[in-house]
Design a binder for this molecule. Structure first.
Ligand SMILES: [Zn+2]
Length: 349
């Protein structure tokens, strides 16, 4: 348990404080000074500007919990806090932001949030109390007027992987994809996040891969998410004879069965891999993407998902520029979104 004032505040309000890993003074991978926030922020920062040791407040607004961290402009995570949303999400947010906003030297706030979002307003599916909630304005108010940058959680995951996950390649384009209870994504073009006019660019989970497939809650038909999300894979496997040992089966159990060769579980992963591969190649053809980094709960299946995914991409890719597409696992895990939110804040601080 770290012993600073922030930790004390967080204990007082029953926050769960995650401390740096043993042996590390600060969390996160080693700082690669060759990949500076200037490279992350692309054209939004003045190239060549000297780093000033600014610190950012990063927020990750999920469907069941909120996470927050203080991140320096060299990419070092100095504090990390996580708290269940509780009965009143606005009260939880207020306590969280107020406790961290008093941290000295903050230059801005970055928010990665469950969507959908529209110009700073959010309507997370799993937070029914927030519909059109002015999250960016609220956080700005709570932080005493700090500049606030906001993007989708998967967009922040992508930016975090670019900056701190070892995936930054100047001049190249990366797609980060979260495969979890839904499927989301975010584009990073030469270090700059591409968010789009409404902030929703990268919604790869709602690319149609089966025009005759299942209706999707989004209103579309045969979206990637109807095949490759954890619940969709589980549902399909059960409908095709999977007999899990638990009365409440999920994608993690399905992955375990696939690893030991249960045919229907293997088929569910191959089917999901096929849907993802079609969407990945579609995105790559449109945006000349070099690298796709896959994170999210389902990606914890590791090679059970990634091996068929790479094989299918290899089999389906035609054009030379598509055949060079690399697919890799997240290297930051759940912290990718916090690093990305901090990087996003750097673009506006
Ligand atoms: Zn959809």
């Amino acid at each position: 348990m770290s012993s600073g004032p922030l930790s004390t505040v967080c204990r007082d309000i029953n926050f769960m404080v995650n401390t740096p890993p043993t042996g590390a003074a600060e969390t996160g991978p080693p700082v690669d000074t060759a990949v500076s926030p200037v490279a992350v922020a692309g054209e939004h920062l003045q190239r060549g500007r000297h780093l000033t040791h600014r610190r950012m407040l990063a927020l990750d607004i999920g469907g069941t919990k909120f996470a927050a961290a203080i991140v320096g402009d060299s990419g070092e995570m100095q504090e990390r806090v996580e708290v269940p949303i509780g009965a009143d999400p606005t009260a939880t947010l207020s306590a969280l932001v107020r406790s961290l906003a008093s941290s000295p030297g903050l230059a801005g706030v970055g928010i990665g949030t469950a969507g959908p979002l529209d110009r700073g307003r959010v309507s997370p599916v799993n937070i029914p109390a927030w519909r059109g909630f002015p999250l960016a304005d609220k956080v700005s108010e709570l932080s005493g007027g700090l500049p606030v940058a906001i993007a989708g959680d998967a967009q922040c995951m992508a930016l975090g992987e670019w900056w701190r996950g070892g995936h930054a390649t100047p001049g190249h384009t990366m797609l980060g994809v979260v495969v979890s209870t839904g499927v989301g994504g975010g584009l990073v073009i030469d270090g700059t996040p591409f968010l789009g006019p409404t902030g929703n660019a990268g919604h790869i989970g709602h690319i149609t891969v089966d025009p005759h497939g299942e209706p999707c809650p989004c209103g579309g038909v045969g979206c990637v998410e109807t095949i490759a999300s954890g619940p969709a894979m589980t549902r399909w496997a059960l409908a095709h004879g999977w007999q899990p040992t638990s009365p409440t089966p999920d994608a993690r159990m399905l992955a375990a069965d696939a690893r030991i060769g249960v045919p229907i579980a293997v088929a569910a992963f191959e089917r999901a891999a096929d849907a993802l591969a079609i969407a990945f190649l579609t995105a790559a053809a449109l945006c000349d993407i070099d690298r796709i980094v896959v994170g999210g709960g389902v990606s914890a299946a590791g090679e059970t998902l990634l091996h068929p995914l790479r094989q299918t991409v290899k089999r389906r890719a035609g054009l030379a520029f598509l055949r060079r597409l690399q697919i890799e696992a997240t290297s930051l895990g759940r912290d990718a979104g916090l690093y990305g939110a901090a990087a996003l804040a750097l673009t506006q601080a």
